[in-house]
Design a protein. Structure first.
Lengths: 765, 275
């Protein structure tokens, strides 16, 4: 008995000692001095090597040390040149290669620049010395092989065949393995590599879209290695080391041994923030680490390891910008990195250097949150530019949609719960959110002072500003972009579009206008006849009947359905997908003479290309807006509860600056007038877009100045914002299906929908 | 009292903290604007009382209580008597089964049965020889469909409560009644029902509580905006929360609680008069 008691007492004492030890250990670990190493990093070049330091005078401890981006100077006069390559050359210096087209009939002149200190020195006449003689060629890539020689690849203009050249010591070039790239008998084109590399022993690695083939210098194929699919013909993520080939694979980064091409290991992507392989650069650093750079930043893993470490956060710098493409990323000599970014067509080079600043806080101490229901390029672009100017502020862009981009009522409820709790994001992107309700409830801040500044510094479209300004002058939300539906066709068809009755009564040889499903037709008609249907403020039963009858007439003409089978979709080249505003395939049907008019939802000059291409083929048709309607996009507002009203307002102001607005980000036209002017004058010669299905194909190139002016003239005239209430639209889509299927009458369907809409309105009274 | 109070204290504290205080905040917010910044007096009460959607939802809820709860009461009692008399094996299990079926799965079956192209219409078409094309969920029948789902779902549960009550009635009472010549109906009326009075209260309370959960079935069956006959208070509250009409939600909650207290007071008043 006594023994048992003693044993129990001893156990309790032991447990108490262990607990006290743990607590003391933790306390001493947390508070030992002002400076302390975090993680097991061995230096300052990785995030794991951040130090803890007291920041400010309040005793707050924070990690310090972060890579900082510095924009590098460019060689003079390369603004219009196309980026070709950036690498360390034979002398250990950075070398930059830029291509200049000296005329439509002339070959690309390639200029070589060598980094000397902070300047670039032009290697005069380099291209004249090394270029292949006797053929018109376009440069693809210049690179420095592991064998210590320079190489370049070109495409011949006449037959579009790739050629690989090795630059000889005396300056001239020697072609290598030409037989690999020649077209096989009976084929039109030969192998067009996405990338070529040369190993230490002179063997040549040729990247294709889905694998890489290793050749001897004499052209003998050794083996091939699988790699992740390259989305474009001019880039491939992967690199050679002396003994290995590292490349992207389906589920991670693959390491192949060059001794037989055997897969050594696949390092999973776990922990790496990445959206796709596009714009991703894989490279090795000087300590043998595998680095992956992309929109999300720079991550690194050791061979044999599995834990990726984020070294540079892409959301804080140019890497996260939507308007540029990452072309090259290199590890420097001083634990620094170099990156080359380009704009459209490989032009507009921007060189950046990333240097470790041991005194800068590892994570910016201030966070500004921006919440929206979808990922938005304009917001991301603004966030990056904003953070460049405010290095102490981290802009966190939150996307409320799920992985598939779907938004449920629960998403909005979760946001509302935060807002009611006095929290919520600082800046709200109100597309799809109940912005009007937020405004009425006092959730949104009055931004009139912001837009007074905007109008003073970077004026935006007056009518858009007026459309979102309340009677008392207050402004709670404002679209940073607008998209515009344009229509084309002959006069009778365009006339018919002017009213529901006209659309219903239209009698042509072909249907008036096309879209795929009932839902899309309902959405399209609701959008283009918005004022007629919803303009009075209350949706009447009579109007609903007229609207449904119009849609019924159009869907009958087009043999539309609520949902097509897989077989039908394959046969007719359509999908059941509900698209914004219901505009789907209308332009191509018009082009093929299958509908009286064609419509296109224009979100920027890129989407104008196909519209203009169709219009070019139909001189009898004219283009027009649809009663001056436009769709507001990227509606920005500021949460009244924000702790950082000035920063939040500044962020919104930034969204409307020329710097952000001038970029074509595929989410609408700029509302800033100066940006519109810049975009209008920007000639992206060489940019072309094509689209097709089955035997049908349409393609076009960047519109000429006159066309661009014409488009912007139209854009500046739109004055009717269309924001169809999604709840009402859902009621209509759900309630109309049986009528459009012919199961019930228009009156029955309209009655059911009307009762629901009335109930919806009654809730808001 | 001291010891009893000690045992009751945790529970009481829980009720105060998790029910009393939030309800106090609800009452406070019913006199404030949407974001709780400005005092608006009884303005919210005027708005909510005059709101057509609230009246419809409250009316539907009341209608459902008045019709569905008595139906469930009777059905579950009859089932329990049958089970008690006939046997408790598979019959009892099958009646309790709806309790364990997830609502989403159950609703899917109801949809297959009751949609325009559903099984019920096909059966009726086969029987009557004419085409039945009724949307049972979204038409005049929506209320009855919801009531059937409610009764189907809860009858087994209530039956168990009744069975527990029935099991507590002494067999000697029935023996004595039979000796005195009482038939089955007389035994039910003079022995079974009076002895089940305690269980009745419990069944009614739990049936009312479960009737508030019928929103889940209504939502899954007919969506966010169902037929007006099955538009319930939770539908309205869900929509008001989407538009941050918190002041309306609080006011409506206060009105409903006041209504419930009035109803309970009235029942007690009637009971005391009858006694």
């Amino acid at each position: 008995m006594m023994w048992n008691r003693m044993r129990g007492l001893w156990r309790r004492m032991a447990a108490g000692l262990v607990a006290a030890g743990i607590v003391m250990g933790n306390l001493s670990g947390c508070g030992s001095g002002k400076e302390q190493e975090m993680g097991g990093g061995d230096g300052q070049n990785v995030s794991g090597g951040n130090r803890m330091e007291e920041t400010g005078g309040d005793g707050e401890i924070a990690a310090v040390g972060r890579y900082v981006e510095v924009e590098m100077g460019l060689p003079q006069d390369v603004g219009e040149d196309r980026f070709v390559a950036l690498f360390y050359g034979r002398d250990g210096n950075l070398e930059l290669y830029m291509a200049r087209e000296e005329g439509p009939e002339d070959v690309s002149g390639v200029r070589r620049f060598l980094r000397e200190g902070e300047d670039w020195r032009l290697d005069e006449g380099w291209w004249d010395r090394v270029k292949p003689q006797g053929e018109l060629v376009d440069i693809r890539r210049v690179f420095f092989g592991l064998d210590g020689n320079y190489y370049f690849t070109v495409m011949t203009r006449e037959d579009y065949v790739c050629h690989l050249y090795q630059v000889q010591q005396e300056g001239e070039s020697r072609e290598l393995i030409p037989e690999v790239f020649q077209a096989e008998e009976g084929k039109e084109y030969g192998l067009i590599p996405t990338k070529v590399e040369v190993g230490k022993n002179g063997n040549i690695l040729v990247h294709t879209f889905d694998d890489c083939v290793y050749y001897q210098p004499d052209g003998k194929k050794l083996f091939s290695m699988d790699k992740a699919w390259s989305g474009t013909s001019e880039s491939s993520a992967g690199y050679l080391t002396e003994e290995e080939f590292i490349t992207g694979a389906e589920s991670g980064v693959a390491r192949y041994s060059l001794d037989g091409g055997k897969l050594v290991e696949t390092i999973p992507y776990e922990g790496v923030k990445r959206e796709s392989d596009e714009g991703t650069v894989l490279f090795g650093d000087r300590s043998g680490g595998i680095c992956m750079a992309g929109e999300q930043g720079l991550s690194r893993v050791n061979p044999g390891g599995s834990l990726w470490e984020q070294i540079i956060d892409g959301s804080l710098n140019t890497m996260g910008m939507k308007s540029v493409y990452l072309e090259e990323f290199l590890a420097g000599e001083d634990e620094d990195y170099f990156a080359a970014f380009v704009g459209e067509g490989g032009k507009g080079l921007m060189l950046c250097r990333y240097m470790y600043d041991p005194d800068m806080s590892a994570v910016p101490p201030v966070t500004l949150t921006v919440y929206g229901l979808k990922d938005n390029s304009t917001v991301r672009q603004t966030a990056v530019l904003f953070q460049k100017d405010y290095p102490d502020v981290r802009v966190e862009v939150l996307n409320g949609a799920d992985q598939d981009g779907n938004v449920s009522e629960d998403t909005i409820r979760a946001l509302n719960t935060e807002i009611l709790g006095g929290r919520g994001a600082d800046v709200l992107i109100l597309d799809g959110l109940p912005g009007k309700a937020y405004q009425e409830k006092g959730i949104l801040m009055d931004l009139r002072d912001v837009f007074e500044t905007v109008q003073r510094e970077n004026p935006m479209m007056e009518q858009v500003l007026a459309d979102f300004t309340e009677d008392d002058g207050s402004i709670y939300q404002m679209p940073a972009r607008i998209s515009v539906p344009l229509i084309m066709g002959e006069d009778p068809a365009l006339k018919a579009i002017e009213s529901l009755e006209g659309m219903k009564r239209y009698e042509g040889e072909v249907p008036l206008i096309y879209t795929s499903t009932y839902a899309n037709m309902l959405r399209m008609v609701a959008s283009i006849r918005y004022e007629e249907i919803f303009g009075s403020g209350t949706l009447t039963e009579e109007m609903l009947i007229s609207y449904l009858e119009t849609v019924k007439a159009l869907t009958d003409q087009n043999h539309a359905k609520s949902m097509f089978t897989e077989e039908e979709m394959e046969k007719m080249y359509i999908s059941n997908h509900e698209v914004p505003y219901g505009i789907y395939g209308s332009d191509s049907r018009f082009d093929q003479g299958l509908s009286g008019c064609g419509m296109m939802h224009l979100e920027g000059m890129f989407s104008v290309i196909l519209f203009e291409a169709v219009l070019d083929k139909h001189p009898e048709a004219r283009q027009d807006t649809i009663n001056g309607i436009y769709f507001p996009e990227v509606l920005a507002g500021v949460n009244q509860n924000t702790d950082q009203p000035d920063l939040a307002k500044e962020f919104v102001r930034r969204m409307f600056t020329t710097e952000v607005q001038k970029e074509e980000l595929f989410d609408g036209f700029a509302v800033n007038l100066e940006a519109q002017q810049i975009n209008c004058e920007t000639d992206k010669e060489g940019v072309s877009v094509g689209s097709g299905y089955g035997d049908y194909y349409i393609g076009g190139s960047w519109p000429d100045l006159e066309r661009r002016k014409e488009i912007y003239k139209i854009i500046r005239t739109v004055s009717v914002p269309v924001v169809v209430d999604e709840t009402v639209m859902r009621m209509i889509v759900d309630g109309a299906e049986e009528y459009l299927d012919g199961k019930i009458s228009a009156e029955q369907a309209a009655g059911g929908i009307y009762r629901q809409v009335r109930l919806y309105e009654a809730e808001r009274e | 009292m001291g010891v009893a109070g000690g045992f009751l204290a945790p529970s009481l504290m829980g009720v105060v903290v998790f029910m009393g205080l939030p309800f106090g905040d609800v009452m406070r917010r019913s006199f404030l604007d949407a974001v709780g910044r400005a005092f608006v007096g009884v303005e919210n009460y005027k708005i909510v009382w005059g709101n057509g959607a609230f009246r419809l939802a409250a009316g539907n809820m009341l209608r459902f209580l008045v019709i569905a709860v008595p139906v469930l009461f009777v059905v579950s009692l009859v089932l329990s008597l049958l089970v008690f008399q006939v046997g408790r094996g598979i019959f009892k299990t099958s009646l309790v089964l709806p309790m364990v079926i997830p609502a989403a799965a159950m609703v899917l079956v109801w949809k297959i049965l009751l949609c325009r192209d559903g099984v019920l219409n096909q059966i009726l078409s086969g029987i009557t020889g004419r085409a039945w094309d009724v949307d049972w969920v979204n038409g005049d029948t929506a209320f009855w469909v919801l009531m059937i789902t409610y009764v189907w779902k809860n009858a087994g549960y209530d039956m168990l409560l009744w069975l527990a009550g029935l099991g507590g009635i002494s067999e000697s009472l029935y023996d004595a009644a039979r000796v005195d010549g009482a038939g089955g109906w007389a035994q039910l009326r003079y022995i079974t029902l009076p002895c089940l009075q305690g269980t009745m209260g419990l069944v009614i309370v739990l049936s009312v509580v479960n009737s508030f959960r019928v929103y889940r079935e209504a939502y899954l069956l007919a969506g966010s905006y169902p037929d007006q006959r099955i538009y319930m208070i939770p539908h309205l509250f869900g929509h008001w929360f989407l538009t941050l009409d918190v002041q309306k939600m609080c006011t409506a909650a206060a009105i409903l609680v006041a209504g419930a207290l009035l109803a309970a007071g009235a029942v007690r008043g009637v009971q005391s008069i009858v006694r």
